[in-house]
Design a protein around this ligand. Structure first.
Ligand SMILES: Nc1ncnc2c1ncn2[C@@H]1O[C@H](COP(=O)(O)OP(=O)(O)OP(=O)(O)O)[C@@H](O)[C@H]1O
Ligand SMILES: [Mg+2]
Length: 310
């Protein structure tokens, strides 16, 4: 039986292709950039794995979000099994959805105001203690993430041409959470199980964090020589792991990364849910488990549940 990977960025795919080959999976990529669906047709038998990225529009793939929604509606209507299914798309493309769901689940999140359009930006920012940050609701790659230390500089930015328009018109004004030890942590999970945690140097990395090797290049596309911003967080054991696993299960986030900050004032603040992680090669080289290998294993498991493959 074939596993179809639904995504839009072939550059990110090689680590998954090799893990799937190693695991002996029969797989195919289905690029959701432009195309068509004949609604009278029946989707191919098989298992589907959705990897839509919230930042697809930044690669000129502005239709991918709605293409993925449409394909998944069609697949769902035919009872096809999609790993990271229909509602995971909505979680990926909306930090409002992530933060409200996390908070309702009892997980601490940064104080956030979502501003729709530009009219209310400055008046709402006046309610935020400084420093605060801006962020796009439909994010990825740190889109629109900027820090402001005073209201005047935000007002100058928000009313200027420099203002980065979010693709869905929703800008988040968010509490800046000071990391106690200068790094953020990302917990990776596959199939509601913990894979590993990584740290990212918050000071050096700024806000544009992307753990894929494709991101670690200079402006000429050459690999950066600086040491990686990312490291395996060895021996990480903390109740937050079970909390995010419970959250993943509730929202059927079958492949998900959760980013949090241990704040200077002693909180564990979760601020981002990723459903299409690009696993960092330096971390993968030393980690006790591999993200892509765990996904291959999980897809094989799901396939055997649906099609009784042995
Ligand atoms: N509330 C916050 N306080 C302090 N730093 C933050 C906060 N939110 C985000 N950051 C920093 O900015 C980075 C990018 O933010 P975030 O992960 O929310 O955006 P994103 O667009 O989803 O990016 P990515 O795709 O890299 O995960 C974080 O990894 C972290 O270093
Ligand atoms: Mg993030």
């Amino acid at each position: 039986m074939t596993v179809y990977a639904l995504h839009e960025n072939p550059e990110w795919f090689p680590p998954f292709a090799s893990a799937f080959d190693t695991a002996g999976l029969d797989w195919q990529e289905w690029l959701l950039i432009t195309g068509y669906i004949d609604l009278d047709s029946t989707p191919p038998e098989g298992i589907y794995w959705n990897r839509l990225s919230g930042s697809s529009h930044t690669r000129g793939h502005g239709y991918s979000k709605d293409y993925t929604r449409a394909v998944q509606d069609w697949l769902q209507a035919h009872g096809r099994r999609v790993v990271n299914g229909r509602w995971v798309v909505e979680m990926e493309v909306s930090k409002v959805r992530q933060l409200t769901a996390l908070k309702a689940f009892g997980i601490d999140v940064p104080r956030t105001i979502a501003v729709i359009g530009r009219d209310d930006l400055v008046s709402r920012a006046a309610e935020m203690p400084v420093p605060f940050i801006t962020k796009h609701n439909q994010g990825g790659k740190g889109l629109g993430v900027r820090r402001f230390d005073d209201l005047a500089s935000f007002e100058a930015y928000a009313t200027s041409d420099e203002f980065e328009e979010p693709v869905d018109g929703i800008t988040l004004l968010q509490e800046y959470v000071q990391p106690r030890d200068g790094f953020i942590t990302r917990i990776e999970t596959v199939g509601y199980e913990y894979v590993y945690a990584i740290t990212a140097d918050a000071a050096r990395g700024g806000f544009q964090l992307c753990p894929a090797d494709a991101c670690e290049v200079d402006e000429f596309g050459r690999p950066k020589e600086a040491p990686s911003l990312f490291a395996l967080r060895e021996g990480f054991e903390h109740p937050i792991i079970d909390r995010v696993l419970g959250f993943a299960r509730k929202y059927q986030l079958e492949v998900a990364g959760f980013e949090f900050i241990e704040s200077a004032d002693g909180r564990i603040v979760v601020y981002d849910v990723n459903t299409n992680t690009n696993y960092n090669p330096d971390v993968e080289a030393v980690a006790p488990k591999s993200g892509p290998a765990e996904i291959a294993r999980y897809l094989h498991h799901v396939e055997s549940e649906v099609y009784a493959v042995t």
